[in-house]
Design a binder for this molecule. Structure first.
Ligand code: SAM
Length: 288
């Protein structure tokens, strides 16, 4: 077995040898705990024939485990200082490709098409926390064929992703994630598993992509506008926040809310995904 990159000693030696300086603005916290890496790989349910996209390989701690457990890894890293380090630490792994790009700017659909054909990929990553939501939403909204996303995120964000209605964590992120996927917590991760230690607790969460046909949505864009408007002003009633956010006259909206079997005095946080779909379909069909 090749030496693990994710130990405190090896990581320190690599960083020292290359004179690497951690960049806060890139959300760099490297994993130094092989137990956690084994849990991530198990949680991602990797098969030997899988193609994996990794976002932010850092010095290759997780990449090494992915490479040993799947067919190929495409690892996208923004920091040019890490590219020569990765080339060295992952030298022995012929099934890893390092792509020096910003994950929010790269054409992922094309990259996946070129490297993996039309086979659904698994995304596995210890995410840079400052862009967690744009990365996850970008993946779901892209045309990239996805099997699942298994990621380390800030604990509080994982709690929001899997929150059920009528809880204080429930909001637009819960609904978006649960519309596209079925979330499962893999493991909790304390700050001492990273170098440098983050100030927040972390959670590994798996989002298994679901088939969209589960919900009959007339207008997806409108559904998400309705969801966002409902949570923009949490204290307001559904009627008030929607008529304000979507510029629909109150009388017309009230009728649609009642037809959807809801009370106009209800708040967004009391509505499940089914109710949001029902309501947005009525708004899509309505004339006002
Ligand atoms: N995977 C490594 C590990 O687990 O030790 C590093 C994880 S660290 C939390 C996040 C990584 O994402 C860093 O390597 C950082 O440079 C990279 N990163 C930050 N912003 C990025 C972006 N926009 N596109 C691609 N990589 C990015």
């Amino acid at each position: 077995v090749p030496e693990r990159i994710a130990t405190y000693g090896r990581t320190s030696r690599i960083i020292e040898k290359h004179g690497f300086a951690f960049q806060k603005r890139f959300g760099q916290n490297f994993l130094v705990d092989s137990n956690i890496l084994e849990k991530i790989v198990a949680g991602a349910e990797l098969q030997p024939e899988d193609d994996v996209i990794e976002i932010g390989p850092g010095i290759g701690s997780l990449t090494q485990y992915l490479a040993e457990n799947c067919r190929q890894v495409i690892a996208i890293e923004i920091d040019n200082k890490l590219i020569p380090i990765l080339e060295e630490t992952l030298e022995g792994y012929g099934n890893v490709e390092i792509v020096h790009e910003d994950v929010l700017k790269v054409d992922l659909k094309r990259l996946v098409e070129e490297r993996c054909g039309n086979r659904p990929v698994k995304v596995v990553a210890n995410l840079p926390y400052y862009i967690t939501t744009p990365i996850i939403m970008g993946l779901f909204e892209s045309q990239v064929p996805l099997d699942s996303i298994t990621v380390m995120v800030q604990k509080e964000v994982a709690d929001r992703m899997q929150a059920k209605k009528a809880t204080k964590e429930y909001g637009a992120l819960s609904l978006a994630v649960q519309y596209y996927s079925d979330p499962t917590i893999v493991t909790q991760v304390p700050p001492n598993c990273f170098v440098p230690r983050p100030k927040v607790g972390s959670t590994v969460i798996r989002l298994r992509k679901r088939t969209k046909e589960q919900y009959a949505v007339a207008d997806e864009k409108l559904l998400f506008q309705v969801i966002r408007a409902s949570f923009n002003q949490r204290r307001k009633t559904l009627l008030n926040s929607l008529s304000h956010g979507l510029h629909i006259p109150k009388a017309a909206l009230e009728a649609m809310i009642l037809e959807a079997g809801l009370s106009p005095a209800i708040r967004g946080e009391a509505l499940g995904l089914d109710a949001f779909v029902e309501l947005s379909n009525r708004i899509a069909a309505g004339s006002y």
